[in-house]
Design a protein around this ligand. Structure first.
Ligand code: GDP
Ligand code: MG
Length: 162
């Protein structure tokens, strides 16, 4: 194993979808509690001759936790556990205030961050990538977990930084 990669991002940007794409499985629901389905949090990704551990921090939740506290905790876990952080955003919504808060936290961390703009399903949505330069995390990568766009490039970038 080369190292650990964590996916962070506000709810609904497509973290679970991208996680499933990366680990190469559609069905990622695992839980030992009967009648409960929960998103899988950990996976192993193989790419070329290498492999790494992947964490979907969106699946890490505590009961009765306020929305803002939850994202903060997830980003803290990513900063602590990961060698490389994939910060997922959405071309459909553009930059939101929660994205800006996460970006500020990630900028303070001494960890490599890959900014990826998910839901870049078509050329019009792909133009949204330029909006994301304002987050101050470098060049955004265009991604569509649903359509499988940019997954290979993302994996190459992860390997470069690991
Ligand atoms: P999470 O809350 O960040 O884990 O987001 P999910 O993976 O659960 O996805 C939230 C919603 O966005 C679901 O309805 C997904 O089908 C949808 N979604 C995820 N990736 C894409 C994408 O690349 N394009 C589009 N159009 N929808 C997506
Ligand atoms: Mg999820």
């Amino acid at each position: 194993l080369r190292g650990t990669v964590a996916i962070v991002g506000r709810p609904n940007v497509g973290k679970s979808t991208v996680f499933n794409r990366l680990i190469g499985q559609r069905k990622s629901i695992v839980d030992d509690t009967p009648g409960v389905t929960r998103d899988r949090i950990y996976g192993e990704v193989e790419w070329l001759t290498q492999s790494f551990r992947l964490i979907d921090t969106g699946g890490i939740q505590l009961e009765n936790q306020a929305f803002g506290d939850e994202i903060n905790m997830q980003v803290d876990i990513a900063i602590e556990e990961a060698d490389v952080i994939v910060f997922l955003t959405s071309a459909k919504e553009g930059v939101t205030s929660d994205d800006a808060l996460i970006a500020r936290k990630l900028q303070k961390a001494q960890k490599p961050v890959i900014l990826a703009v998910n839901k870049s399903d078509n050329e019009t949505l792909q133009m949204m990538q330029y909006d994301f330069y304002q987050l101050g995390l470098g060049d955004p990568m265009v991604l569509s977990g649903a359509h499988g766009i940019g997954i290979g490039d993302l994996l190459d970038k992860i390997m470069e930084l690991l």
